[in-house]
Design a binder for this molecule. Structure first.
Ligand SMILES: [Zn+2]
Length: 146
C-alpha cells in the first residue's frame, strides 16, 4: 500500500509539493515542532500582522504524513486571524482523537479532512497532529509578542 492508496491525492500532492517548504523573509514567530517517535523535525514560521496570519511556511524534515499535514495546515490558516487558526487546530486535533465532529466542523477543515484516516493508525497520529500542536504554540507566542 502506498500513500496514494491510503490517503488520496490531496495528501500525496501536499507531501510532495514544496510550496510551503521555505523560509519567510521576516517571520514574526518561529516555533519548533518535534515528533521523536518518527523523526519529524520541523520549524514553523508565521508572519503575523495585528491578529492576522499574513503568511506561513515551514523548514526541516519529516515523513510524508507530517509534511502533508503541515502544508495543508499552512494553506488553511494563511489569511486567518490567530483565533480562527487556533480554533481550526483544535478541530483538527479533535478529529484525530476520533471525537465526533459536525459536518460544518469538518467542512471548516477543508483539505485537512483528507488526514482523518490517520486517526485509525495510532502510530502515525503524532505525525499528523504535531504541526497543529506547533501552530497552537506559535499562536501563543504571537499573542505574547503584541
Ligand atoms: Zn512522521
Amino acid at each position: 500500500m502506498d500513500l496514494h492508496d491510503l490517503y488520496g491525492d490531496i495528501v500525496r500532492e501536499h507531501s510532495m509539493s514544496g510550496h510551503n517548504l521555505r523560509h519567510l523573509e521576516h517571520p514574526s514567530v518561529v516555533v519548533p515542532g518535534r515528533n521523536p517517535s518518527c523523526g519529524d523535525e520541523i520549524d514553523l514560521e508565521l508572519s503575523v500582522e495585528g491578529d492576522r496570519i499574513k503568511d506561513g511556511s515551514f523548514t526541516g524534515v519529516g515523513c510524508a504524513i507530517s509534511r502533508a499535514s503541515v502544508s495543508i495546515m499552512l494553506d488553511l490558516v494563511r489569511g486567518r486571524t490567530l483565533d480562527e487558526a487556533a480554533e481550526l487546530a483544535r478541530l483538527f486535533l479533535a478529529m484525530e482523537q476520533r471525537e465526533p465532529l459536525t459536518d460544518r466542523q469538518l467542512d471548516a477543515l477543508e483539505e485537512a479532512v483528507a488526514l482523518k484516516g490517520v486517526s485509525n493508525m495510532p502510530a502515525r497520529v503524532k505525525c499528523a497532529t504535531m504541526p497543529w500542536h506547533t501552530l497552537l504554540n506559535a499562536v501563543e507566542v504571537a499573542r505574547g509578542t503584541d
